[in-house]
Design a protein. Structure first.
Length: 272
């Protein structure tokens, strides 16, 4: 081995993190309509990726593929770089991929703890009977919400009596509590006021600081530029481009959504 002269050591590039989740050349058609066409997109650890585009751009179909709701006609879903096929949304959840839908999937007439454990209730055995462990569920709910600095008047309160922001926080808290590594959120701040939107933004930032990978679908570019570290633009079922948020502008993203192409005057550019 040749000796190197002092000061001539070669810089060693840091290892590239394997994306937590990704798709390679996925396509999905409904009859004669091609909803998603040959989309390849990775979601690196700890990033917050906004998926944007007009109605019919393919955003919802892509998210359904990522969350196991539908199967692509072709192409591959990858988890930690390995090809994966989700048989159902439950299979995606088992891999740590949780989705908060726009309707939040909360049971309005159940309390906060019951919603947090919905479908995953804790029980104990009393002879031949299984009994709900209400006390344990409430204790864990208090801890889960406190960890995220979510303030609820009472976890015994029916969620229908809570504000939109509180309901959103419960849905996010439920996803995080069950050990998600990837959190997919569909329009997380739709119909929320300024104060509640700011609270959801704080939640997203908190989760990002903990290394959680997040995917956000939104039509609101103001929200996107506040929340996301990168922006994936969908158009007519195809991926038009991926941009680092700090290196692009509203104008650039709007042009890509409209199919006008990058603007020479815009500050942004595709992420490498």
């Amino acid at each position: 081995m040749e000796a190197q002269a002092p000061g001539s050591e070669q810089a060693v590039a840091p290892p590239v993190a394997v994306p937590v989740l990704g798709v390679h050349s996925v396509a999905k058609a409904y009859g004669g309509v091609q909803a998603v066409q040959e989309v390849t997109l990775d979601f690196p650890p700890g990033t917050v990726t906004a998926v944007v585009g007009d109605n019919g751009a393919g955003k919802s179909t892509l998210i359904k593929i990522l969350s196991g709701v539908i199967h692509p006609d072709s192409g591959t879903v990858l988890v930690d770089g390995a090809p994966t096929r989700f048989a159902s949304p439950a299979a995606a959840r088992a891999q740590g991929i949780e989705t908060v839908h726009q309707d939040l999937a909360l049971a309005d007439h159940r309390d906060v703890a019951e919603n947090l454990f919905m479908g995953r209730e804790l029980t104990y055995h009393l002879g031949p009977l299984s009994v709900l462990a209400i006390g344990r569920m409430r204790t864990e709910t208090n801890k889960a919400l406190a960890d995220l600095n979510v303030k609820i008047p009472s976890i015994r309160q029916q969620v229908r009596r809570l504000s939109g922001g509180q309901r959103q926080a419960i849905a996010i808290g439920r996803a995080v509590h069950w050990g998600s590594r990837v959190l997919i959120m569909d329009e997380p701040m739709a119909a929320l006021g300024l104060h509640e939107s700011a609270r959801v933004q704080e939640l997203v930032e908190t989760l990002s600081g903990r290394g959680l990978t997040q995917i956000i679908v939104s039509h609101n570019l103001d929200h996107v530029f506040r929340l996301a570290t990168r922006i994936a633009v969908m158009r007519l079922g195809q991926l038009a481009g991926v941009y680092e948020t700090r290196a692009t502008t509203h104008e650039e993203i709007l042009r890509m959504i409209a199919g006008l192409g990058p603007s020479a005057a815009a500050a942004g550019g595709p992420a490498q």
